[in-house]
Design a protein. Structure first.
Length: 324
């Protein structure tokens, strides 16, 4: 089968399309014929091996898993002997291993049935990004009707879902993004849009009940300045920073500070559970969330999709179309 593989850490240039053997599912695994795969920051970190902390889990000198990709949507090809929720032919979406390939394995607990009203490309765009937004807005942010909510990185893969979820919760939503994405953020429901190239929202006098920070490049002290006295800061992004921690030190510092201030400072570490995917399926089928796809790429052009992601040029989610 065709797959995008890498044998060393580096830029998208280390990726190549190659024929490899089809994976064999374990007893608790589901083998999925991949129709589409989402492109997200986790894939970029595994590709580059940055921050170095990533390598402790995935290989010091080279990635142990050669095939890239984690988000998927497709049809079940085969199931392990312990799998009870799926059978061959079922349409599913979720998180797998090595999803930039014709076939990939996934744990049963990391899959759900594909939303009936979404295409495979749309469903692949939902998995990790929408799960992150769901946890940040609903579970950690606990957004309520009438609250003032600000989302940085509002035009990206997670941000577009976060804006929709906050709006559906009854909040007044402000999205922060660049000029090119401002109209997109308005179109998905943001009440206000701040163009960060023209205005620094941390210098204003407005206060927010919840700030969901996905851009990951502003000091916690500046973000706290924009919170109400008992507001909640959800740190969902840690891009940039040093090569060892990659900005995670900002989130760690916030956790240590939180017990000593009136505001809730939280670091979002997204989980990968079928329960969250089921919640997202219901939200998608109800029309509460709609994936924003900024571009689709054939499997052979996965490196270019990752270049676009790294450049911050993606409007919403980028998706790899594996099966035509």
């Amino acid at each position: 089968m065709k797959a995008i593989i890498q044998d060393r850490y580096g830029s998208p240039d280390v990726l190549r399309l190659e024929d490899i053997d089809r994976p064999t599912p374990g007893d608790d695994d589901v083998l999925v014929e991949v129709y589409a795969a989402g492109v997200e920051q986790g894939v970029a970190h595994l590709m580059t091996g940055l921050p170095y902390l990533v390598r402790l889990a995935f290989g010091l000198r080279a990635p142990r898993g050669r095939v890239r990709g984690r988000e998927l949507a497709g049809r079940v090809e085969a199931v392990g002997k312990n799998v009870t929720r799926f059978r061959p032919g079922d349409e599913v979406f979720g998180m797998g291993e090595g999803t930039f390939a014709a076939y990939a394995c996934a744990r049963e607990r990391k899959l759900a049935r594909k939303p009936a009203n979404l295409t495979f490309e749309q469903a692949a765009a939902v998995t990790i990004s929408a799960t992150t937004a769901l946890l940040g807005i609903h579970d950690i942010g606990q957004v309520k009707p009438g609250q003032q909510v600000l989302v940085t990185g509002a035009g990206g893969g997670v941000g577009t879902f976060a804006v929709q979820l906050a709006k559906a919760s009854g909040a007044e939503v402000t999205g922060v993004c660049g000029t090119a994405k401002a109209e997109l953020v308005r179109s998905i429901g943001a009440d206000h849009v701040i163009d960060y190239t023209r205005e620094d929202f941390t210098n204003g006098g407005r206060r927010y009940d919840v700030i969901f920070d996905l851009a990951g490049n502003r000091p916690v002290a500046r973000l706290r300045h924009c919170l109400t006295p008992h507001g909640t800061l959800v740190l969902g992004g840690g891009e940039g920073g040093g090569r060892w921690l990659g900005g995670m030190e900002r989130s760690l510092g916030a956790i240590l500070l939180s017990p000593f201030v009136g505001q809730r400072l939280r670091w979002l570490l997204a989980g990968e559970r079928s329960e969250d995917l089921e919640r997202l399926r219901e939200l998608a089928e109800a029309g509460t969330i709609t994936p924003v796809i900024g571009g689709t790429y054939p499997l052979s052009e996965a490196p270019e999709a990752l270049r676009q992601l790294a450049a911050g040029q993606a409007h919403g989610k980028l998706v790899i179309t594996v099966r035509e």
